[in-house]
Ligand binder design. Structure first.
Ligand code: G16
Ligand code: MG
Length: 212
C-alpha cells in the first residue's frame, strides 16, 4: 500500500504561481515581450533558466548567456520581494487539514519542488514542520520532467517510488512522476493530463483515494 506522499509546492500547497507570474511579467515588460497568465502555465514546475528560455521564445530577439544570467537574477530578486509578503494565511485551512489527516493515517510526507526558494516559502507560510523530508531545486541537477526531484524525495523518506504518490499541478511534474515510477494525483492544470492516476478538483479529494 501507499506509505508516503510527495507534494509539489508551487501551485499545489501555496499559490506562489501568481507571484512567479508577476515577477516574470516585470521582466517581460522590460523587454517588450507580451506575457499572459496562459503563457505562465508553461512555466509550472520548470526551472528558472528554462522558464526564462520560454519567456524569451515569446519575443523575437537573441540574448547572450551573460544577459540571461542577469535577467534570471533580476526575476528572482523581484520574486523574493514578493515572497517576503507571504504569511501562514497564504495556506488554506483545506491544505492544513488534508496534511493533518494524511499524517493521522500514518503516511510520511515530503516536498518535491523544482524551486530553490522552497525552504524559504515553507518557513514563511509555517508549513516546514509538517514534512519529514524536503527535496527541492537545491538538491537536483535536472528539473521536471526528469524524475530526479521526486526520486530524491522518496529516498529521503526511505521509501521506494512504488510506495509513494506524487501530487502535482504541472504537466511537466506529472511526466516526471510517471517517469520515476510513482502514481500521481493531478490538480489544476495537471488534472486533465492523460497520465495522472487520480484527477482531483480540490486537495482534500485525495483523501477519498487513500486508505483510512
Ligand atoms: C516552481 C515553479 C516554477 C519555477 C521553479 C523554480 O516549481 O512551478 O514556475 O520556475 O519552481 O523556482 P525558483 O526560481 O524559485 O528556483 P514547483 O516544482 O514547486 O512547482
Ligand atoms: Mg507546481
Amino acid at each position: 500500500g501507499l506509505r508516503g506522499l510527495v507534494f509539489d509546492l508551487d501551485g499545489v500547497l501555496v499559490h506562489t504561481d501568481e507571484l512567479h507570474f508577476q515577477a516574470w511579467l516585470s521582466i517581460a515588460e522590460r523587454l517588450g515581450i507580451p506575457f499572459t497568465r496562459h503563457d505562465n502555465d508553461r512555466l509550472r514546475g520548470v526551472s528558472r533558466m528554462e522558464s526564462l528560455d520560454i519567456v524569451l521564445s515569446l519575443g523575437t530577439f537573441e540574448v547572450s548567456a551573460t544577459e540571461k544570467q542577469v535577467l534570471a537574477d533580476d526575476k528572482n530578486r523581484v520574486y523574493r520581494e514578493l515572497l517576503d509578503g507571504l504569511t501562514p494565511q497564504d495556506v488554506t485551512d483545506e491544505v492544513r487539514s488534508t496534511l493533518a489527516t494524511l499524517r493521522d493515517r500514518g503516511l510520511r510526507l515530503a516536498i518535491g519542488s523544482s524551486s530553490r526558494n522552497a525552504k524559504l516559502i515553507l518557513d514563511k507560510v509555517g508549513l516546514r514542520d509538517w514534512f519529514d523530508a524536503i527535496s527541492d531545486g537545491e538538491n537536483i541537477t535536472r528539473s521536471k520532467p526528469d524524475p530526479e526531484v521526486f526520486l530524491r524525495a522518496a529516498e529521503f523518506l526511505a521509501l521506494t517510488p512504488a510506495q509513494c504518490a506524487v501530487v502535482e499541478d504541472a504537466r511537466a511534474g506529472v511526466d516526471a512522476a510517471v517517469a520515476g515510477g510513482f502514481t500521481c494525483f493531478g490538480i489544476g492544470d495537471a488534472a486533465t493530463h492523460p497520465r495522472v492516476t487520480w484527477s482531483i478538483e480540490s486537495l482534500s479529494d485525495m483523501l477519498d483515494h487513500i486508505e483510512n
